[in-house]
Design a protein around this ligand. Structure first.
Ligand SMILES: Nc1ncnc2c1ncn2[C@@H]1O[C@H](COP(=O)(O)OP(=O)(O)OP(=O)(O)O)[C@@H](O)[C@H]1O
Length: 341
């Protein structure tokens, strides 16, 4: 299957100024990242705060130009597209942000936010048919009856309802990909599942591919149940593969640490659960990342080589992992408990 989106050796670095006279620091937000997304695929991108998830979302949606490397959409370098092709790509690849309040204009009602894209992209011929289409869209994302929501302003909606309006706006122009950056982290826990189910339904019914970005392994596993997971640490992909293979074989110590930290509601399982003891709880300073494997200062099994050589991604037990000592992970057993949870 041809990929819709491909990132090849993509690096992004930012210059951070230090005061008026300080020497500026360079932050490597992404380092040599390779990533692919097939049509209708669901990929969950997981990692701690600051690992580069949002930067990757911005690169995929064409909002951030990489410092080096290539971003392709349908096989073409997105930074060499004609104006018409670039507009088509921006229409096909939509970004859904964590903060639905910031994503919607507070001065515009739902219909005022949703009608203009339909007219601009010739999806509706006139205002009346655009309005009918908006009602249809609102109902398809679970805001029923749609008419009741047309005149509402963002502050009159709950967090979950605002995220549904954002999804309605994203799907209104018939995208091929939605990049959802922490879409449920600001939504009440009780409503999160319904938003995740809605995204799964849009994936199945409309064939929209999703990149679901999160720091929460449970929701990542839920939404990418039949898809892939990509685990990032300090700007690099450390393990990637089919969700089931990856969780059955968390060969990277960072993924094992993440899994061991997932709370399990059953106290019986919780008591038996093996915690991975990291050597340090602090994330390294991204302006001065560790040499070799950037996880080595925290890794419980690191050896001298880890401080010297950057590990390449290699195939092991069905997934790709970047760790010199990944074979150690094949002895891991905590995941059995996690998968039952
Ligand atoms: N515009 C910018 N200028 C300077 N540094 C930046 C900029 N954007 C991101 N960074 C830095 O790049 C690194 C990756 O940031 P990014 O926002 O992509 O991470 P993240 O995984 O999405 O984190 P979070 O979950 O907190 O949003 C961080 O160290 C961040 O401080």
């Amino acid at each position: 299957m041809n990929n819709l989106v491909e990132l090849e050796n993509v690096s992004v670095s930012f210059v951070k100024k230090k005061g008026l006279f300080g020497k500026p620091d360079r932050v490597a937000a992404l380092s040599e990242v390779n990533f692919r997304l097939a049509p209708s695929e669901v990929v969950a991108l997981v990692g701690e705060s600051g690992c580069g998830k949002t930067t990757l979302a911005r690169v995929v949606t064409g909002l951030q130009k990489p410092t080096s490397g290539m971003v392709r959409y349908k096989g073409k370098d997105i930074w060499r597209l004609s104006k018409k092709e670039f507009l088509e790509y921006r229409r096909d690849v939509q970004l859904m942000m964590q903060d639905s309040y910031a994503a919607l204009n507070p001065m515009r009602s739902v219909e005022q936010s949703l009608i203009p894209p339909l007219l601009r992209h010739n999806i509706a011929k006139n205002h009346r048919s655009a309005r009918e289409k908006v009602v249809e869209l609102l109902e398809s994302v679970g805001l029923t009856p749609g008419e009741q929501f047309l005149g509402k302003y963002p502050h009159q909606l709950s967090g979950g309802q605002r995220q549904r309006v954002c999804l309605a706006r994203a799907i209104s122009i018939d995208p091929k990909v939605i990049v959802a950056d922490e879409p449920v982290s600001a939504v009440d826990v009780s409503l999160r599942l319904s938003i995740l189910n809605l995204m799964s339904r849009l994936n199945k019914e409309r064939g929209i591919a999703f990149i679901y970005i999160t720091h929460d392994l449970s929701t990542a596993r839920y939404i990418a149940n039949h898809g892939r997971m990509v685990v990032m640490y300090l700007g690099r992909v450390v393990q990637t593969g089919n969700v089931h293979d990856l969780l059955a074989n968390p060969t990277h110590p960072y993924l094992r640490a993440l899994l061991s930290a997932v709370p399990v509601p059953d106290p019986e399982i919780s008591r038996k659960k093996r915690m991975v003891q990291l050597r340090s709880m602090d994330m390294p300073n991204p302006t001065n990342p560790p040499s070799g494997c950037s996880f080595h200062p925290r890794c419980p099994i690191a050896i001298d080589k880890c401080a010297q050589v950057v590990p390449e991604l290699r195939v092991l037990n069905g997934s790709e992992v970047a760790c010199h000592l990944a074979e150690e992970g094949t002895k891991w057993s905590l995941v059995d408990h996690y998968q039952q949870s």
